[in-house]
Design a protein around this ligand. Structure first.
Ligand code: G3I
Length: 358
């Protein structure tokens, strides 16, 4: 038989072998979870509501893919401590117990945030601002109580969330916290958190953290705190991104700025929405858009770029957390298509893209 005939005869075999290889690869990556695929890079995290851990199929998905969990809302001051003597532990306990039972670590989120805060802490009986000392005593009591309750399972805390502004002259957000205390509340919160749990790693956490102006302000604040001995160990880059941005350069610039400054960087709230909106504000549109092949491809490419870049900084980044488990429970609404799993809990092209290139 001549060479050409052999080659014709072998072609179906080659195709079959190729298909088999692809199938093996797909089976291997689908048998493994994200936490296994990225085991040598960073912990893989997810934010959860109490509802997620009540649903069997979602529990399975969490156990398979994630080795770090954040409460989406349940550990925030407004949820836990809505009035001076009122503590609501149910939801946070439910999620913490799920993690304890399954040997999953938790990132605590969050001790101080101008949004979803225990607003009663600001005021006296007549509705006037209390003095700073009274406020700090209340804040300290809150932080010590919360951190102590979960210190067996929480290994890191977002101590202060979103204290920097997105524009304007003053780098600090003009929140009630700032009006009452200036920027001093930030260092106080870190001191209280370290006192409550000397072992937990403590983060400043913010969004639009790849924006050059805001990242410079975050850098300068953290630099100043560290030079003054404030116990801050890490920067949380929220990672509320979209299919167009940030670019690799913008992300690398921010990571290169933060990396020499702190021991730990966590990507704390990753999602990639299929629109031009970005950031952690609530001015997004939940209507979203219809998914097309082009948008699906852009979504997968952006996730691929992000993970390639995160891996370049794997010595510094030790956890990447997705903000919600699947599109059906995303804070952005399912039509923004932000996550790796769809509403039916099925992996999307972005999932295969970031796991395939490993
Ligand atoms: O608890 C009430 C419930 O009683 C009521 O029935 C329901 C009706 O809408 O609202 C519930 O509260 C909602 C809460 O989530 C819990 O589901 C609030 O309206 C809603 O505004 C709140 O949104 C959360 C948002 O933070 C608050 O600003 C999102 O779920 C949460 O994903 C989001 O997370 C933040 C991070 O903590 C910090 N970074 C930005 C990120 C996105 O905004």
């Amino acid at each position: 038989m001549v060479n050409g005939q052999w080659s014709m005869m072998l072609r179906p075999l080659k195709v079959a072998a190729g298909t088999l290889l692809l199938l093996c690869f797909a089976l291997q990556t689908s048998a493994q979870g994200l936490k296994d695929v990225f085991a040598r890079d960073f912990l893989m995290g997810v934010s959860l509501s109490g509802r997620n851990v009540r649903i069997d199929a979602e529990q399975d998905l969490i156990r398979r893919h994630f080795n770090s969990v954040t409460c989406e809302n349940a550990m925030k001051p407004a949820s836990l401590h809505p009035a001076p003597d009122v503590w609501r532990w149910d939801e946070a306990d439910r999620i913490a117990n799920f993690c304890r039972e399954n040997g999953i670590k938790m990132r605590g989120h969050c001790l101080v945030w101008h949004n979803q805060f225990s607003d009663w802490m600001y005021y006296d009986d007549k509705g006037n601002f209390v003095d700073k000392e009274t406020f700090y005593a209340r804040l300290k009591d809150h932080i010590l109580t919360v951190v102590n309750r979960y210190k067996d399972v929480v290994y890191a805390w977002d101590v202060v969330n979103e204290a920097m502004s997105d524009g304007g002259e003053n780098p600090y957000r003009q929140s009630k916290l700032y009006q009452l205390c200036g920027d001093e509340f930030i260092e106080k919160a870190f001191l209280f958190a370290r006192e409550a749990d000397p072992k937990a790693i403590l983060f400043y956490n913010d969004y639009n953290e790849t924006n050059p102006r805001k990242s410079r302000n975050i850098y300068e604040m953290v630099l100043r705190m560290r030079s003054e001995g404030v116990p801050i160990d890490g920067i949380g880059m929220q990672g509320h991104y979209n299919i167009f941005g940030p670019s690799v350069k913008e992300l690398e610039d921010a990571l290169s700025l933060y990396a020499p400054l702190v021991e730990h960087i966590h990507v704390t709230e990753l999602d990639v929405r299929a629109s031009e909106e970005m950031g952690g504000q609530l001015n997004f549109s939940k209507e979203g858009i219809s998914m097309t092949d082009t948008i699906q491809a852009l979504h997968a490419q952006q996730y691929e770029r992000l993970f390639q870049t995160f891996r370049k900084f794997r010595d510094k980044i030790d956890c990447v957390t997705f903000w919600n488990l699947h599109d059906g429970c995303s804070w952005l609404g399912e039509k923004n298509h932000p996550l790796l799993f769809d509403k039916a809990l099925q992996p999307k092209p972005a999932y295969y893209r970031i796991t395939a290139e490993k």
